[in-house]
Design a protein around this ligand. Structure first.
Ligand code: 5AD
Length: 349
């Protein structure tokens, strides 16, 4: 019992653990241990970020996707998904609405939609950059060659989100079709870093076939990459995917890993994700109390909200952007934190 409390102290002091220690800690977590972890995680979070929670406005601009990831509701093979893509003017008006609501970071996310070519995306970024010079632009548009990432960066993008999904290559192959390679995805992350993006990576908690040993590899990869942001959330099955019968990831393991990541990378920007809010009504608040410091309310137009469904029962699909923001802000204030509209660049630069 004490041994695991000591491991948490060691993690705080040395900011890392061995693979064997990670796996042991994850296997032997308990409510008492979690409580201890969260109290230290909150201390670290407060030391660097106070009680500030950063807001990012998420614009899900296309759910067309050439990929066929087994867990994902917008995979190419899902013929039931209602596909949409937003045109440039609609995306810009989402940004305008978001700006009015106080957002100073726009996260542009989509499936890997071939109709958004490198030129089209770069032009879109350029327009947003020109119209909103004081905002950060975050892209989350999948795998591209380095030259394309460079083109988006030169057009004015600052940050890039690309989850590595799992560090273990065999595990990666169980979650993805053979056309997608774990190594390629990691290379994308290194390329993004080299170009100068603030990079976010991450994985699903409780993904099918995940083990504590695989999670240990994920933690070591996070340490090695040292990203500015880490996005983790529970896996949630989607009814029209091959993983429809697989169990969802749990709240307790997700919170535990959030706390661990806060201790390992104390300055990291760590979202309490929509998936976490989906598996539990207070998921995002509990995430913040475990060490998370970012929330990403949806800025997509209301008429397409319900179509960007990576998993079942996604929250906030019926809300207006303003409602979404207000309800979240109230919940965050209620637990003693405040939302801030600053750009919120990582301290980990
Ligand atoms: N449950 C939870 N998260 C999912 N993602 C994709 N499908 C699911 C699902 N069924 C995550 C992946 C991807 C991110 C955009 O969403 O980790 O990188």
């Amino acid at each position: 019992m004490d041994r695991y409390f000591e491991l948490i102290d060691k993690l705080k002091k040395e900011r890392t653990l061995s693979a064997a220690e990670w796996a042991a800690l994850i296997k032997n977590r308990s409510p008492k241990l979690s409580e201890y972890l969260f109290s230290l995680a909150r201390e670290e979070q407060e030391r660097y970020y106070g009680k500030d929670i950063f807001l990012r406005g998420l614009i899900e601009f296309s759910n067309y996707c050439r990929n066929d990831c087994l867990y994902c509701g917008i995979r190419r093979s899902n013929k039931k998904a209602r596909r949409y893509r937003l045109d440039e003017d609609t995306i810009l008006s989402c940004c305008r609405e978001g700006y009015g609501l106080g957002f100073r970071t726009f996260v542009l996310q989509s499936g890997e939609d071939a109709s958004f070519t490198e030129d089209r995306l770069a032009n879109l970024v350029r327009k947003i950059r020109k119209n909103f010079p004081d905002c950060a632009i975050t892209l989350s548009v999948g795998e591209w060659k380095k030259e394309s990432y460079q083109a988006f960066f030169d057009a004015g993008a600052n940050r890039y989100l690309l989850r590595h999904e799992t560090r273990n290559d065999e595990h990666y192959a169980m979650l993805h079709p053979p056309s997608l390679r774990a190594e390629n995805r990691r290379q994308c992350l290194w390329n993004l870093k080299e170009i100068g993006y603030q990079v976010g990576t991450g994985f699903m908690v409780g993904a099918p076939y995940q083990t504590p040993e695989f999670l240990a590899e994920d933690m070591l990869f996070l340490k090695e990459l040292n990203p500015q942001m880490v996005g983790i959330g529970p896996f949630i099955p989607h009814r029209d995917t091959p993983f429809k019968e697989q169990p969802a990831g749990t709240l307790s393991l997700t919170l535990f890993l959030l706390g661990c990541i806060r201790l390992m990378l104390p300055k990291v920007l760590l979202p309490a994700t929509t998936a976490l809010g989906t598996i539990h009504p207070e998921g995002r608040e509990l995430g913040i109390l475990a060490g998370a410091n970012v929330v990403m309310p949806n800025l997509s137009p209301k008429n397409v909200r319900g179509d960007y469904l990576l998993y079942d029962n996604k929250i906030c699909t019926g809300e207006e952007s303003a409602q979404c923001r207000e309800s979240l802000e109230r919940k965050i204030n209620a637990i003693g934190y405040r939302t801030v509209t600053a750009r919120g660049d990582s301290l980990n630069l």
